[in-house]
Design a protein around this ligand. Structure first.
Ligand SMILES: Cc1cc2nc3c(=O)[nH]c(=O)nc-3n(C[C@H](O)[C@H](O)[C@H](O)COP(=O)(O)OP(=O)(O)OC[C@H]3O[C@@H](n4cnc5c(N)ncnc54)[C@H](O)[C@@H]3O)c2cc1C
Length: 486
């Protein structure tokens, strides 16, 4: 029986922390505090306003340094939109709205129309595209038959050949309807699901669908989620289920006019207890059935508060450094790997900015680590004078990491090479991105060990690690954790 009088501490004011608070309120909990170390909510959804010139007039437009897009499969994000009263644009892009149109570019700057059979027609190209189409169909069928149960949030039981979680309601067989777009839990046994621990490239080989990686690579590797020879398939297919992947291919995506950060600003304003900003959690002590949390504010002043329960939405591999972590927590959380994703927003030499987003597929391989993989042109209406965001990965298992400064310089060179010379960087960052575990640790049941720890020492773990590092999976993980444990 839920005790809604309990006092709850939530660490982190990103999508995970705020959605935990929203779902707690929906269950009748009122006594919670969200601690956020920065002076804003939204975490990796950060959408600064930048002054740009349009038809000779200066105006402010939102740009994205972090999350950009969603899709029809974003059920939990929809619930956040509803709660905050701030909604997406798309999937049909209207003039004046941020758009997701894109092209592919070769490294010598040419537009690569590899998806268009008529451009540079050859029978070899046509054959390749037909093969790809056939394998896409095959994968779709396999996911609905051999891998039934793959499409729920989270990873509980997968390594043992079981499934349990909130259904993503995708691929037409999980019962999502207009009235019930966020269906209930699904549960079952399917030994084939153990294959999802394999790195995605091995999984594709096993199932004779290697060509599909050509589709999946753009919204996966170039979006910073790692390379297919290292990332367990479960992470790839739970995020980019066939429906979501096809929405990406067909450009049926969502964007937010003032940026994704506004989803969370709006939710925060509607919460009974908005996040306490500039309060970094620096110490956690869990004893005698209580949780004592120490925070430090921007002046360096420390403060202690006592709670009944703790929800950690921040990186668990850092949590063990400031909490009284148990042996099990230390062992488990030190196995977490994260991607080093780097991006910058830049202006370009006059009239030389890209007027459409672009993918550089040749750079999406480990041998080209640190090179620009994608650039994002958000405002087509600004024509050739729009700042763009450029992205690269700096790490890959088995390859030496690339230093941040080298990545930045390499991205500049790449952009100049394809015809878009950078003038000035307005903002640049490297982010802790897409926490996950290796294929080996996945197969050995890492996620089931995490599930077994939920609730011990009055502590619950939420955030990106639970399911996947995107807005939808993190918010859905909050719904699951609050739904089952509170
Ligand atoms: C470049 C980029 C592109 C992306 N594109 C997309 C996209 O198109 N679509 C999509 O769905 N997702 C996208 N994402 C991913 C998405 O932004 C994340 O998955 C999501 O923000 C994760 O939410 P979270 O709350 O788990 O973590 P975070 O967003 O990282 O939030 C964690 C919060 O905790 C705070 N914090 C950390 N430590 C402490 C502490 N000790 N005390 C107090 N507070 C603390 C942090 O300041 C932060 O605000 C993108 C991310 C990036 C960086």
């Amino acid at each position: 029986m839920a005790n809604t009088k309990e006092r709850i501490c939530i660490i982190g004011g990103g999508p995970a922390g705020l959605s935990c608070a929203m779902y707690l309120e929906k269950k009748g909990y009122e006594d919670y505090v969200i601690y956020e170390k920065l002076n804003k909510v939204g975490g990796k959804c950060w959408s600064p306003k930048i002054k740009v010139k349009h038809n000779g007039v200066e105006e402010e437009k939102s740009f994205e340094t972090g999350a950009i897009m969603g899709a029809i499969t974003y059920h939990a994000v929809s619930e956040m939109e509803e709660f905050g009263g701030y909604y997406h644009k798309g999937p049909d892009f209207k003039p004046g709205e941020p758009n997701m149109r894109r092209e592919f570019r070769t490294l010598d700057g040419k537009v690569d129309e590899w998806t268009n059979p008529k451009a540079n027609f050859s029978f070899k190209k046509l054959h390749g595209l037909l093969k790809l189409k056939k394998q896409m169909k095959r994968l779709n069928k396999l996911m609905q038959t051999k891998y039934v149960g793959y499409d729920c949030y989270g990873h509980i039981g997968v390594a043992k050949g079981e499934y349990f979680g909130i259904s993503k309601g995708v691929d037409g067989h999980c019962g999502a309807t207009k009235e019930n777009s966020f269906p209930n839990y699904i549960k079952g046994t399917n030994p084939n699901l153990k294959d999802l621990a394999l790195p995605f490239s091995e999984f594709c080989k096993l199932n004779k669908v290697e060509e599909v990686q050509r589709i999946w690579i753009a919204p996966f590797t170039s979006f910073g989620y790692g390379f297919f020879d290292e990332i367990p398939t479960a992470l790839v297919m739970k995020y980019l289920d066939v429906t979501t992947a096809l929405e990406f291919v067909n450009l049926r995506l969502w964007t937010w006019q003032d940026g994704t950060q506004q989803i969370y600003e709006h939710v925060n304003k509607k919460l009974k207890h908005p996040a306490l900003l500039e309060h970094e959690v620096v110490k956690v002590v869990r004893e005698d059935g209580k949780v004592t949390v120490t925070t430090k504010d921007k002046s360096g002043k420390e403060k202690k508060e006592v709670f009944d329960k703790l929800i950690v939405t921040t990186p668990l591999d850092y949590f063990i450094n400031y909490a009284d972590a148990t042996k099990e927590e230390k062992e488990l959380f030190s196995k977490i790997i994260h991607e080093r994703y780097c991006d910058y927003i830049a202006t370009f030499e006059e009239g030389k900015s890209p007027n459409i987003s672009g993918y550089m597929v040749e750079n999406m391989v480990p041998e080209r680590l640190g090179h620009a993989m994608v650039y994002y042109n958000r405002w087509q209406c600004l024509d050739r004078d729009c700042p763009a965001t450029v992205y690269a990965l700096a790490n890959h298992t088995g390859t030496p990491d690339v230093d941040y400064d080298v990545v930045m310089k390499t991205m500049d060179e790449d952009m100049a090479r394809v015809g878009f010379p950078i003038k000035e960087k307005l903002y640049a960052q490297e982010v802790y991105y897409c926490p996950h575990v290796s294929a080996k640790d996945y197969a050995e049941g890492w996620y089931d060990k995490l599930e077994a720890l939920q609730g011990t020492k009055n502590t619950y773990y939420a955030g990106e690690i639970i399911s996947f590092g995107d807005m939808e999976d993190t918010c859905a993980a909050s719904k699951d954790i609050i739904g089952r444990f509170f």
